[in-house]
Design a protein around this ligand. Structure first.
Ligand SMILES: Nc1ncnc2c1ncn2[C@@H]1O[C@H](COP(=O)(O)OP(=O)(O)O)[C@@H](O)[C@H]1O
Ligand SMILES: [Mg+2]
Length: 263
């Protein structure tokens, strides 16, 4: 269970550049929730993730993960329990290292010896996992990751981030930079990995249909707040158009996201 209680974050307070990124935001995420998050540019979606992951400390409020107060825990410590993917496929894996070296790094994360030696057994385990991606990467394990396409790299990063299932997986528009067919593939993979590992997952998406198709709950954000939180029967009946209408009613203007996709 992740519990955000009244977290706020203001950048450059008291200056002309003041930005209220998070405003008294509270959220409870029970284990196994898979939540999609939508909102206009600058709504505070990435800021929520930054607060959870510890990329910055909030000005006020508290953050609990499985009962542990992590409000002031440094980012690298939280990273042991929190997996995170970004929009940019270049983040999250090391381009100069081979696929198997990257996987070895993920496999040994938080452990004493990192990629001192890749055993035959490791290699077989990596090969087996890679074949699940259906991208032929199991036959390219000794190639540097820098040679992979964006989609292949994002799939690999997803696998690395969940090699040891994290308590929480944060996906920040992780398919926005991919072409539609590749994005679909990575999304299908996301769904499968979240389901088979019983992960608790928060996913920001620019794709309104994806927000409804994946997961069990959807949040709408605006101006650093959660303005709508839907699950269950009410959610299963929603269409993309309903989402847009709900947003307009709540905010008084149209949902506006640079990369927004309606279908
Ligand atoms: N490091 C930062 N410094 C200053 N302002 C920031 C910073 N990060 C985010 N903001 C501001 O906070 C608000 C929310 O940003 P963000 O969380 O990135 O929105 P979203 O991910 O929903 O597009 C925006 O107004 C943004 O300009
Ligand atoms: Mg963002």
């Amino acid at each position: 269970m992740l519990e955000l209680s009244h977290i706020s974050k203001t950048f450059n307070p008291g200056t002309a550049n003041e930005r209220k990124a998070l405003v008294d935001l509270s959220l409870k995420v029970p284990d196994f929730d898979f939540i999609s998050i939508i909102g206009s540019n600058g709504a505070g979606k990435s800021s929520v993730f930054n607060a959870i992951a510890g990329s910055f400390f909030t000005d006020s409020g508290s953050i609990l993960l499985d009962g542990e107060d992590i409000t002031l825990q440094p980012e690298y410590v939280r990273a042991r329990n929190i997996g995170r993917l970004f929009q940019d496929p270049m983040r999250g894996s090391a381009p100069g290292m081979t696929i198997e070296e990257n996987l070895s790094l993920a496999a040994s994360a938080g452990r004493k010896s990192w990629f001192s030696h890749i055993s035959k057994k490791d290699r077989e385990a990596f090969r087996e996992r890679l074949s699940l991606l259906g991208m032929g990467l199991e036959d390219r394990m000794q190639q540097p990751v820098g040679l992979l396409s964006g989609g292949q790299r994002q799939a690999l990063t997803l696998m690395m981030a969940t090699f040891h299932p994290p308590k929480l997986l944060l996906l920040d528009e992780h398919t926005a930079a991919l072409d539609p067919a590749t994005a679909d593939k990575v999304l299908a993979l996301t769904k499968e990995i979240v389901e088979t590992n019983h992960l608790t997952c928060l996913m920001v998406t620019h794709n309104m249909q994806t927000a409804l198709d994946l997961g069990n709950r959807t949040l709408m954000m605006d101006h650093g707040r959660i303005i709508y939180d839907v699950r269950g029967d009410e959610r299963s009946k929603l269409t993309v158009n309903d989402l847009l209408v709900l947003f307009r009613k709540a905010v008084g203007k149209n949902l506006d996201n640079d990369r927004m996709m309606l279908g």
